[in-house]
Design a protein around this ligand. Structure first.
Ligand SMILES: Nc1ncnc2c1ncn2[C@@H]1O[C@H](COP(=O)(O)OP(=O)(O)OP(=O)(O)O)[C@@H](O)[C@H]1O
Ligand SMILES: [Mg+2]
Length: 230
C-alpha cells in the first residue's frame, strides 16, 4: 500500500445523479449515503440499469453528481480543478471499467504500466511483472487488446488498476467474463488487497462474488435498498 494514501476513507452524503432522457431527465442515483473505511471490501448487486456503474463512477471522481457531497478524508474531488482531480485520481483511485477501456495500440504490459507514467517515482516494472505473473498473463504480456479474450482484457484492466497501489479500487463486474478459476483468482486478489488496508468496491451480478467482502449493498432504481455489514 502507498503510505501517503492508506488512511483515506470515503464519505458520500445525499449523492444524486440524473441523465438526460428524451425531452426530460431520469434520476439514476437517488440520495446515496455511504461511508467506507480502509480495509472495507464492499460488493454491490442490483438489476441491470439500477445505477451500479454510475455509482462507481461518481464515487470514483469520474462523473460529477448533480447534488450531494463526496469526500475522501476531507478532500472533495469535485471541488478540485480538472487537473488536480486527475492527479488525485491517479494517486488514490484505481478503476476497473465494465468495458475495460484498454488502450488498443499498447500491449498488455504497456497498458498495465500506463498509470506509472503519472507516478514515476517507483520502479513499476517489477510490480508490473508481479501482476502479470499473478494474474496469469505471462504468455500474453506482448499481445495487443484485440488479440485477447474478454477475460484476459479484464485481468489486464485489473492489473492496471492495481499498479500504483491506490487506496481505493472500484471494480465494475471484474469477474463478468471469467471462468471459475480466473474469477476466483481475481476475487482472491481483491480480497488480499482489501486485507492489506485498501478499500475495494465491486459491482457484480455473480452471487459468489457478491458474497465476497465484508459489506454487501443491494441497489434498486438508484437507491440503496439494503446494506449488510459483517
Ligand atoms: N451517459 C448516459 N446518458 C444517459 N443515460 C445513461 C447514461 N449512462 C447510463 N445511463 C442510464 O442510467 C441507468 C443506470 O445505468 P448504469 O450503467 O449505472 O446501470 P448498471 O446498474 O451498472 O447496469 P448493468 O448491470 O447493466 O451494468 C440506465 O438506465 C442507463 O441507461
Ligand atoms: Mg454496470
Amino acid at each position: 500500500m502507498n503510505n501517503t494514501t492508506s488512511e483515506i476513507t470515503l464519505r458520500a452524503d445525499g449523492i444524486t445523479k440524473t441523465y438526460p432522457s428524451g425531452s426530460g431527465t431520469i434520476r439514476v442515483l437517488n440520495q446515496i449515503n455511504l461511508e467506507l473505511s480502509h480495509g472495507d471490501f464492499v460488493t454491490i448487486s442490483g438489476p441491470s440499469g439500477c445505477g451500479k456503474s454510475t455509482l462507481l463512477m461518481v464515487l470514483g471522481a469520474l462523473q460529477e453528481p448533480d447534488d450531494g457531497i463526496l469526500e475522501y478524508n476531507g478532500v472533495s474531488p469535485y471541488n478540485l480543478s480538472a487537473k488536480d482531480r486527475a492527479q488525485f485520481r491517479s494517486t488514490n483511485i484505481g478503476f476497473v471499467f465494465q468495458d475495460f477501456n484498454l488502450v488498443p495500440y499498447l500491449t498488455v504490459r504497456e497498458n498495465i504500466l500506463c498509470p506509472g507514467i503519472v507516478n514515476i517515482s517507483k520502479d513499476w516494472e517489477t510490480r508490473c511483472a508481479e501482476l502479470i505473473e499473478s494474474l496469469g498473463l505471462s504468455d500474453r504480456a506482448s499481445h495487443y487488446p484485440d488479440q485477447l479474450s474478454s477475460g484476459e482484457k479484464q485481468r489486464t484492466a485489473l492489473a492496471r488498476a492495481l499498479l500504483v497501489e491506490p487506496a481505493i479500487i472500484f471494480a465494475d463486474e471484474p469477474t463478468g467474463n471469467l471462468d471459475q478459476d480466473n474469477g476466483k483468482r481475481v476475487l482472491d486478489h481483491l480480497t488480499s488487497y482489501a486485507d492489506s488496508g485498501a478499500t475495494v468496491m465491486m459491482a457484480t451480478h455473480d452471487r459468489d462474488a457478491f458474497d465476497t467482502g465484508n459489506k454487501h449493498l443491494q441497489m434498486d432504481n438508484g437507491s440503496i435498498l439494503k446494506l449488510i455489514s459483517e
